[in-house]
Design a protein around this ligand. Sequence first.
Ligand code: NDP
Length: 244
Amino acid sequence: MLKGKTAVITGGSRGIGAAICKKFAENGANIALLYAGNTQRAEETKAALLGIGVKAEAYQCNVADAAQVADVCKQIIADFGGADILVNNAGITKDKLVPMMKIPDFDSVVDTNLKGAFYMIKQLYPVFMKQKSGKIINISSVSGLMGNPGQTNYAASKAGLIGLTKSVAKELASRNVCCNAIAPGFVATDMTENLSENNALKDHIPMKRFGTPEDVAKLALFLASDQSDYITGEVIRIDGGLAM
Ligand code: NDP
């Protein structure tokens, strides 16, 4: 489905990002993955991708740092000769109720989850515009749709991603570039590992289970492929019915 395409995936070292890397590679895409600091996990994912038989490279880059993002995107274009798909998946949580939330913790979550996506899009926008094709996928969250106590920073960043998605979609639609958002509910990864045994939480989910990274990766594949060529500015929930 993605044979010969180059996909740039932030937060590709583990969790949902690693599953998207593998799913895209299994469908023929070459992969440039970005990660923050977990070199061991990044190298493991890269090795798995090489094992699938595609070109793959891992780049350490803090997406919250605009200069690092600019440098790494230039390097990726030089290494891969272009880019066709961008998945803004890197994300963090720093949960606290408002009175306890420190201002730097509000800022760093917005800087990583929202501004990081903007920095990546800013670098690859001219590439997609010139080639008159491209797929941008932003990983939002149902928190950005519903709000969540303890997550003012996270929910604001994820709601912001939805506005960013729709604006970019409108800017680039005439250039045949699609920009969509995925809003997962609870997905079993390192981010949610202390919640995974919480049965009361699962009871709130109509499908009574957490999602898997693979569930999200299948949706990302659809949005990255030509199966979704007439879909842009859309936000697709993947949450077992949680936010219905
Ligand atoms: P994980 O915590 O498992 O992985 C986070 C990934 O993001 C890692 O690859 C990490 O790199 C990378 N990362 C974090 N900060 C930065 C940064 N500043 N610069 C570059 N890379 C960074 O998260 P998940 O897989 O669970 O989540 C992936 C995305 O999905 C996030 O945006 C998250 O908000 C969203 N999401 C997750 C849900 C869930 O239930 N898990 C639900 C809804 C949305 P490294 O390995 O180097 O630390």
